[in-house]
Design a protein around this ligand. Structure first.
Ligand code: KIV
Ligand code: NA
Length: 265
């Protein structure tokens, strides 16, 4: 099996082939998603919410992200694996960002890293790219900055914010990002950014004209409870299937119909 590379993402953009991405945080899920044929898997810091039950992405640690990323990288044969750098591991100094980025690359086997932010981290990203680490940017709704914005609403609705986002996207493109995630921004703005930058844009709640799409796997499979933003399409109701299966098991245990003679030694 031929591994998807960062360069392949850019080639797909040029050829107009849409890029499919999902998150994953563990070996078993990543094995299924990779075998299904996805182009890219993000070990998102959304693991903080989905795996650990935190209210936001800020508390997840570098060690915790390394554990998730290693589990996913071990499972994946084809997809490009990207790992989020968690909050606080790349903002303090360029030196610290490089040291933490190197740690993730050495200890996990992922193919690329993702950092939130624009012009303010462009120099850091350039340094990571210079030492050989492919980098994905992330603009629009950047969950690590939730306290600055006071929520998870649509970003860059107004002209000044939209201009800032475009300038940030150009800075990330020039810094050497091979892709930029655009989260919860108007479709028209995402389309304009996509045309303007040479790297691939991967949208979530950013309309249909980005070069690719990403969703949190637990949301699109209907595992997450009570999270149904407009941009989310639910492809399955796994929570219901799990509930039904667990209840069937409970019933079989209570009625002594599990295990059967065949299931016994
Ligand atoms: O952590 C995450 O899941 C993400 C995606 C939503 C882009 O950053
Ligand atoms: Na993230």
């Amino acid at each position: 099996i031929k591994k998807v590379t960062a360069n392949k993402f850019v080639a797909m953009k040029r050829q107009g082939e849409k890029i499919s991405m999902l998150t994953a945080y563990d070996f078993t899920t990543a094995t299924i998603i990779d075998s299904a044929g996805i182009d890219g898997i993000l070990v998102g810091d959304s693991a903080s919410n989905v795996m650990a039950g935190n209210a936001d992405t800020l508390p997840i640690t570098l060690d915790e992200m390394i554990y998730h990323a290693r589990s996913v990288a071990r499972a994946v044969q084809r997809a490009l694996v990207v790992c989020d750098m968690p909050f606080g591991t790349y903002q303090v100094s360029k030196e610290m960002a490089v040291a933490n980025a190197v740690r993730i690359m050495k200890e996990t086997g992922v193919d690329a890293l993702k950092l939130e932010g624009g012009i303010e981290i462009a120099d850091t990203i350039k340094q990571l790219v210079d030492i050989g680490i492919p980098v994905v940017g992330h603009l629009g709704l950047t969950p690590q900055s939730v306290h600055k914005f006071g929520g998870y609403g649509l970003r860059a609705k107004e002209a000044t914010e939209a201009q800032k986002l475009m300038a940030d996207a150009i800075a990330l493109d020039e810094a050497g990002c091979f892709a930029i995630t655009l989260e919860k921004v108007p479709a028209l703005l995402a389309a304009e950014v996509t045309k303007r930058v040479s790297c691939a844009t991967i949208g979530i709640g950013a309309g249909n004209e980005t070069d690719g799409q990403i969703l949190v796997y637990a949301d699109m499979l209907g595992l997450t409870q009570g999270f149904k933003p407009k941009f989310l399409r639910q492809y399955a109701n796994i929570a219901k299937q799990m509930t039904d299966a667990v209840q069937a098991y409970i019933g079989d245990v209570k009625t002594s119909t599990f295990p059967s003679a065949d299931e016994s030694y």
